[in-house]
Structure formats: C-alpha cells, structure tokens
Ligand binder design. Structure first.
Ligand SMILES: [Mg+2]
Length: 384
C-alpha cells in the first residue's frame, strides 16, 4: 500500500487591489481590498485558498499555522482544521486568526479534491447543480448614474433576479438619501426583481423601524444588519416587528457565534462567510446548524470560495455576488464562474478542486508581501 500523502509546505501571498471607484457602506469606507492567499503543497499537487483580510493574516499563517499542517495527512482536512483552531488559542480565534485558518482550510479542501482528481463539489457530495447568486454592491459612495448602471448590468445583462444595495450612509445620518437611493434602485430594476438592502449595523433600533416603512413600500424583502449584529436580542425584536427578512452572520468567526444568533431567533436567513468562520469545514457545520433550526443559509462575499460548498447544501438560499470581490477574483483567477441567469454551476467543467488557477502574471503587480519570491513587505488591510 502506498504511503499516506502528507502536507509538504504552506506558502502565503498578499495582494492589494484598488477599487474601481471609492466604496463605502453604512459604517466603513475603503479604496482598496486585500486578498490573502494560502497555497498548500503535497507532492505535485497544490491547493489554493484565500480570505479578504489584513496582510497580518499571512503572518499568522506563516508563524502559527504552517507548522501545524506540514507533515499532517493531506486528506484529513477536519483534523488539520481542529489542530489549527487549537494552535491559535492564545492569539484569539475570532478575527484574523479565524481568517488565517479559513484560507488554509479552503486550500486544504482544494488540494484534497485535486489529489483525488475531483471537483470539490463532487468530493463533498452534490445537493444541487445550480447555486443562486444575488448582485451585491450599490455602495453609498455611488452617484445615481453609477448605481443605476451597476443594477442594470446585473439584472439586464446577467439576468440575475435579485440585487442588494448598501444603506445607512454615514452611520445612519443620511436617512433621506438612503430612502431616495432605495426608490431609485426599485425604479432601475423594475417590479419583478427582488430588492435587498444592507445597513451594516448603521441604524439604531427605532431608526431601523422607521426606515423599514420606506423599505416595505419599495418591496424590499431582505434587511441585512439593520442594527449591529453584536446584539442578537435587538435583531430578534426587529425580526418580529418588520415585514421583511432580517439577516446577519457575516462576522461569525466561530461555530458557537452562529449557534448564539440562531438561539436568539435573530435571523430569518443565516449568513456565514467561509473565508472568516474557519473555512469550508466550519461553513458546512454552520449550514447544518441553520438547517436544524429550519433556517436557510446564504454565503457572504468571496463567491468563488463558497461555490462548491454551497452546492453541497440542500437549504442554501444563495451566494453574494459582491462587486468588489467578483472583480478581484476575475482578475486574479482563471476558472471563475458565470452568473448568467442568476446562478453559477461549480464543477460543471470537471476541473478538479475549486477549479481556480492563480494568474500570477496578472496578480504580480498587486502583490505586497508573502513567503515566496517577490515579497515586498507587509501592508494594511481592507474590508469586503
Ligand atoms: Mg453585509
């Protein structure tokens, strides 16, 4: 019997890509976005995973995680995920440590599928062929024309029947403009397209209740983080009171976080981010928690990191086709998926793993640091 394959090496690289226009939501502004890439090696096979996180995340991978997975059985991804979780005990799991683990975990799943010659969705087991997506952007920094063009691109060009814009501008201090932007969005997309909004926790509970009247008039069916997701009981109260779905979960860095949100009755649909919560290993567990509570799950941002796992989940609502991340993934990777008609089909071409290949030639100008050739020193972070 051949010897068991083991992980030989872990590399990191950090890429900072300027946005194509200034971007902001209700509570944060950014002009560039940083992707931290982990590459794991086993013999001739390699796997890639990533997270959108500060460049310091790469140092956590280099300093705390690489030694944990090197030498471990390459097929035992949950074993390595647990070892990594234990290794960051004193560093603190929630935050960049969980993002570091997430990038490595995704790379390990990609590598395992490549070792077995399978698309990752076929390794995990398919629950569906198609993964619905929703267009996400509509930044508060956009003028009317840019918002209109972006929404029309998703709805008319791509045929995506659901879109989301940001509201809660300047921590809720531009409420009148929020209302106007939502009305304009409805006018841009027509009555047949689902309209979602995301306040990123910008409002207080009373303000969120007031704004919800306008949202209901415009047929908004999804109100994401109307208030901070730090307060599940408040979210739960809003969920009871408002006609549209109340959703949250993107800041879940641990499995118990999702259990607490669900136990509080805080969300109509659980959001979880595989690039934050501990990778595909933990994302699938969060999905199981949601399913046990009769709640759908939606993947937050980084759509190509989620696509295969999402197709393995029966009660998936959709993935977030986030403008900022889609643009970066299309730039840095070959093998990206087509959202035409409102869904993507991971594994459709039989390519092994996640089906992604880093385009080093296109990525190199954006590289700021890493453990391989071309490292230039560490830089700051961005938000997605
Ligand atoms: Mg959000």
């Amino acid at each position: 019997m051949p010897s068991e394959p083991t992980v030989a090496r872990v590399d990191t690289a950090v890429y900072t890509v300027p946005t194509d226009a200034p971007e902001a939501d209700g509570t944060l502004h950014w002009d560039d976005t940083t992707l931290v890439l982990a590459t794991v090696h086993c013999g001739e096979a390699g796997g890639i995973g990533y997270t959108y996180a500060p460049a310091a995340t790469a140092q956590i991978i280099d300093d705390l995680l690489a030694d944990v997975v090197v030498g471990a059985p390459a097929l035992d991804v949950p074993r390595m995920n647990e070892s990594m979780r234990r290794a960051v005990r004193n560093a603190g799991l929630p935050g960049v440590a969980a993002q570091a683990i997430s990038a490595v975990d995704i790379a390990l799943w990609d590598m395992k599928a490549r070792l077995l010659g399978l698309p990752l969705v076929d390794l995990l087991g398919k629950a569906r062929d198609e993964v619905p997506v929703y267009g996400s952007g509509g930044f508060t920094t956009y003028d009317a024309d840019r918002q209109h063009r972006q929404l029309c691109d998703w709805v008319q060009e791509d045929g995506i029947p659901r879109v989301k814009i940001k509201i809660g501008e300047s921590w809720g201090r531009q409420e009148a403009r929020d209302r106007h932007r939502v009305a304009r969005a409805r006018a841009s997309i027509g009555a047949a397209t689902e309209l979602y909004v995301d306040a990123n926790g910008a409002y207080g509970v009373k303000q969120a209740t007031r704004v919800a009247d306008t949202l209901a008039e415009q047929g908004v069916t999804w109100f994401e983080e109307p208030v901070s997701s730090d307060h599940p009981a408040t979210l739960a109260a809003l969920r009871d009171r408002l006609p549209m779905e109340v959703t949250a979960g993107e800041y879940g860095y641990t499995l118990p976080y999702f259990a607490h949100l669900l136990a509080a009755g805080a969300v109509d649909c659980l959001q979880a981010d595989a690039t934050r919560c501990g990778g595909i290993t933990v994302w699938l567990r969060a999905a199981a928690l949601a399913q046990a509570g009769g709640i759908d799950i939606s993947g937050h941002c980084a759509p190509h990191a989620h696509a295969h796992a999402a197709a393995a989940v029966p009660h998936l609502r959709h993935l977030e086709w986030f403008h900022d991340h889609v643009r970066i993934e299309q730039l840095l990777f070959d093998g990206v998926l087509d959202p035409a008609g409102g869904s993507i089909t991971p594994g459709h071409d039989g390519a092994p793993g996640l089906g992604l290949t880093l385009r080093a030639d296109r990525a190199e100008p954006y590289r700021v640091t890493g453990t391989g050739p071309g490292a230039k020193g560490r830089a700051g972070d961005r938000h997605g």
